[in-house]
Design a binder for this molecule. Structure first.
Ligand code: NAD
Length: 504
């Protein structure tokens, strides 16, 4: 009878040696430390594990959840029934059946106290903790619990937090009622709190005409269908998403949101916030002199990168956009990387950028993870350069959905091409900005110094495209190719390009 030899214990690799504290039983030295448990952090953990298969990775995050997708929190989740939402918000049980929100169930992650015991390595998630100081010289972080951890390589994937408005801060400091009725929105807890409060309220004022303000205003109309909630939206621009869309598409978006039942106040800033005790509502004064009162205010005026660790670490911050300054390999200092919303990186094609979308978080996290795990002793090692042109999308309705790549900023010159409603007067793409009905597909080119630097695909889904051309690259990849080729933007070339995107 043959006896199979016992499998050999895996040899320690530099990435698999974890030291535990005798005092707390928690890790005191790890080869890979990831600060932040969002999409960038998770993508980095996966990339490290793929490159260094026995590696032990410790991820620290201040949220009580494992990594999850944020985009559904302002969109899809508002259109689901209560029991479905409950299942989706649970990181337990059969994730593939219940939830596409979480990347992995809770059970995927190794308990921090057991990380040193994992023979083949893995990812440990230390939840509900913040890193409050970073010492680059000693390669050590300090947690809010007082624990200290030394690292071999560290990633800053700290994301961002909602920007506040001083006028709301001042009012909330004076009045607990204003504080209780002012909401910000970033995470699962914010979603649950806003949903509960909106269900109780008769009226809500959304401040902000950006992505979150628009998506949540439309999502709150789902509550309005059941409860009669009044939804108001105040924004300083003349149209919604005006920082991204050219004026005709911003106007079209505003019309759509208004038709969904949102009362809009364009060109307005909030000048005062008070508690109206007689009405039991928050009173919001606007720059035109008029005022609005409501049970609830939702402030959605952008995010700030979480770069508080820069001070203790002596790290450089992008003076324009915020974010830890990193090179094209996403390195801030030796053995220290940054990815996702919190980094200002050097895009070799388009220059320095800070991007706040999930595809960027995922792709930049993966590049940072690969570079963290590349073998330092290997003189021929190749670092990955972060060259991916990340995409993002906005979906307000089936006929108001778009994807974009590159610099999509309405301050740039734009050229739009739209399919004309049938019968079309010509057989091809309509010229710039002529179509009145923007429920038809279109493409917008953003131009800088005569070249295409951004592309927005309006109501053009990839599924339709792939049906038409069997082996065609997806439209987003075509857009990425156009950017990479640094296309010159004379009108004839743009018209021809619009046809390549199937806009006719
Ligand atoms: P945003 O940058 O899209 O829009 C900010 C809005 O706030 C703009 O209308 C701006 O004019 C306004 N604003 C800024 N300062 C103001 C001030 N002092 N007073 C009044 N208004 C002011 O940010 P957001 O809408 O808050 O979204 C938050 C984050 O979530 C962003 O990172 C965004 O990219 C992300 N997000 C993305 C999507 C998507 O890609 N579809 C959806 C939701 C959220």
């Amino acid at each position: 009878q043959a006896t199979l030899p016992a499998p050999a214990a895996p040899a320690d690799s530099p990435g698999s040696v974890v030291t535990m504290s005798d005092r707390t039983g928690l890790p005191s030295r790890v080869p890979y430390l990831i600060i932040g448990s969002g999409f960038a952090g998770m993508a980095a953990a996966r990339a490290i594990r793929a490159s260094d298969p026995l590696s032990k990775v410790l991820m620290i995050g201040d949220e009580p959840y494992p990594p999850y997708l944020r985009p559904p929190l302002s969109k899809e989740l508002w259109r689901r029934k209560d029991d479905r939402v409950k299942a989706m918000l649970s990181p337990l049980g059969d994730m593939r059946r219940n939830s596409w929100l979480f990347v992995e169930p809770d059970s995927f992650f190794i308990e921090p106290r057991r990380l040193h015991l994992a023979d083949t390595g893995g990812v440990s998630l230390w939840k509900g903790r913040r890193v409050i100081a970073l010492d680059i010289a000693d390669k050590r972080v300090t947690l809010d619990s007082g624990d200290r951890i030394e690292y071999g390589k560290c990633l800053l994937a700290t994301g961002g937090r909602p920007r506040t408005l001083p006028v709301f801060d001042a009012a909330a400091a004076q009045s607990p009622e204003v504080a209780a009725r002012t909401a910000y929105f970033r995470n699962i807890d914010d979603f649950q709190s806003l949903r509960n409060k909106a269900n109780q309220a008769k009226s809500v004022i959304v401040i902000g005409g950006g992505f979150l303000g628009c998506e949540l205003a439309v999502s709150l109309t789902e509550v309005a269908k059941k409860t009669g909630l009044e939804v108001h939206q105040v924004f300083k621009e003349s149209g919604t998403l005006a920082h991204v869309l050219p004026p005709h598409l911003s106007e079209h978006t505003s019309k759509f949101i208004a038709q969904s039942g949102v009362a809009q106040y364009p060109g307005e800033r909030v000048t005062s916030v008070d508690w109206d005790s007689a009405a039991g509502q928050v009173k919001v004064g606007l720059s035109s002199g008029r005022s609005l009162s409501a049970d609830l205010c939702l402030v959605a005026v952008g995010i700030e990168a979480n770069t508080q660790l820069a001070e203790s670490a002596g790290l450089e911050i992008d003076p324009g956009d915020g974010g830890f300054l990193v090179n094209a390999e996403l390195e801030a200092r030796a053995d220290l990387y940054a990815a996702g919303d919190a980094c200002s990186y050097y895009d070799v094609l388009l220059g320095r950028r800070r991007v706040e979308h999930v595809n960027h978080a995922e792709e930049s996290g993966a590049v940072a993870g690969r570079n963290m795990a590349s073998e330092p002793a290997d003189p021929d090692r190749k670092r990955s350069t972060y060259q991916h042109q990340s995409s993002f999308w906005c979906n307000l309705a089936n006929t108001l959905a778009w994807d974009a790549v590159g610099l999509v900023d309405s301050r740039l010159e734009t050229q739009s091409f739209f399919a004309m409603p049938p019968p079309a007067s010509d057989d091809g793409a309509a010229g710039s900005d002529t179509a009145e009905d923007y429920q038809y597909p279109g493409v917008v080119f953003y131009l800088k110094a005569g070249r295409v630097v951004g592309i927005l695909l309006w109501n053009l889904t990839d599924e339709i495209f792939q049906d038409k051309k069997a082996f065609a690259p997806s439209r987003l990849n075509l857009a990425r190719k156009v950017l990479a080729e640094r296309q010159l933007a004379d009108p004839a070339a743009l018209q021809a390009l619009a046809r390549e995107f199937d806009v006719y």
